[in-house]
Design a binder for this molecule. Structure first.
Ligand SMILES: *Cc1c(COP(=O)(O)O)cnc(C)c1O
Length: 356
């Protein structure tokens, strides 16, 4: 069977050359006589794989000195608790409520300290990035750089002065260039742009470690995990190996800046069509449109369902919108080739002619 264009929001497509490399090395990695899945995380060979992955991320993302890179577990969802446990320190934190996951993050944080909702677009179905007012004495400011469910993206970073900026980058990490030095903490579930599910990328500025609440589970302490080099417990060895291969692939594409150009082009193809379409309509405010998750509707639920079904029959799969918003969503992460987006736009045109 041929591979499809998979528009799933996550887990999602991985680059084909990476999958082929994994296949090639699956039964016997280098001269070990075993799969990476079977290796001790303390073995010399695995530590090499691990160190390469860390170095690869540092390189492609431009992570400066003074920031620790970790690969942890529990998904971005665990980070919703880890962040306040490690940084709230008896004070308060500003949260910008820009989408479903942003909201989940702030609800979780309320268990560990005072959460100030510094801005929210919840009342307007999160169709845009809200305006916000920051507290000068917050312990940190939390944002979600790309809102996966509603298809919006921050087109700037808030100026937080000396207050650390914390970002959930789960759905757009490595899809565009970020100046890491603007952030105190960056975290991202890897299953959207980087690796199979089960790995979280965690980047923490070193001076922000060691302030965790006494109740913080050991495995969630930034400091303890950093001191143990992400090996406080058994890491997701295989997922980290795949992440390392993806970082190599990104380098081979010319780096994140090159991918960003392609991602802008891919998103533009879809949005340009949506803007002129008689049948389909984008749901996010123009200025805040995501380059990773393109959300749209026809205005008729039956037509939406028909579209999703017919698209799947053409090998354009997983276009159904998130269950809380309906409609359609095309997730076009780094690994989605331009041809996939072109095939989708062509099919949308054809569908419009028949049903518009
Ligand atoms: C997918 C996603 C999450 C949830 O990630 P898990 O790894 O499932 O916990 C959180 N935040 C954002 C922005 C996401 O896209």
């Amino acid at each position: 069977m041929d591979r499809v264009f998979n528009f799933a929001p996550g887990p999602s497509m991985l680059p084909l050359p990476v999958l082929k490399k994994v296949q090639e090395e699956l039964l016997c990695y280098a001269d070990t006589g075993m799969s990476v899945m079977e290796m001790s995380h303390r073995s010399k060979m695995y530590l090499e794989i691990f160190d390469r992955a860390v170095a690869g991320l540092r390189d492609v993302m431009g992570v400066p000195e003074g920031y620790k890179i970790m690969f942890v577990q529990g998904g971005a969802t665990a980070m919703f608790a880890s962040v306040p446990m490690n940084l709230m320190d008896g004070g308060k934190a500003d949260y910008i409520d820009s989408g479903n996951f942003a909201h989940n993050a702030l609800v979780e944080a309320q268990k560990y300290g005072q959460v100030v909702v510094a801005g929210s677009s919840r009342e307007d179905h999160y169709a845009y990035i809200p305006d916000y007012t920051l507290s000068p004495d917050a312990r940190y400011v939390h944002i979600t750089t790309n809102n996966t469910v509603y298809g919006t993206r921050w087109d700037h970073l808030p100026d937080t002065g000396s207050v650390p900026l914390v970002a959930d980058m789960s759905s757009n990490i490595l899809s565009e260039v970020y100046d890491v030095s603007r952030f105190g903490v960056i975290y991202a579930g890897a299953q959207k742009n980087v690796a199979p599910a089960g790995v979280v990328i965690l980047i923490v500025r070193e001076d922000l470690m060691g302030r965790e609440l006494p109740i913080t589970p050991k495995v969630m302490s930034f400091k303890k995990m950093a001191d143990a080099d992400s090996m406080l417990n058994t890491p997701n060895c295989f997922g980290i190996y795949v992440a390392g291969l993806v970082f190599d692939w990104i380098k081979a594409q010319g780096g994140v800046a090159e991918l960003e150009k392609i991602n802008i082009e891919k998103a533009k193809m879809l949005y340009d069509f949506l803007d002129e379409s008689r049948l389909f309509k984008g749901t996010a405010r123009r200025k805040d449109r995501s380059r990773m998750n393109v959300t749209f509707v026809t205005g008729n639920e039956q037509t939406d369902a028909q579209f999703v079904k017919e698209a799947a029959a053409r090998g354009l799969v997983n276009l159904k919108g998130h269950r809380i918003v309906g409609g359609m969503r095309a997730s076009i992460y780094n690994a989605m080739p331009v041809e996939g987006v072109r095939a989708l736009v062509d099919f949308m045109k054809e569908f419009e002619t028949k049903n518009g």
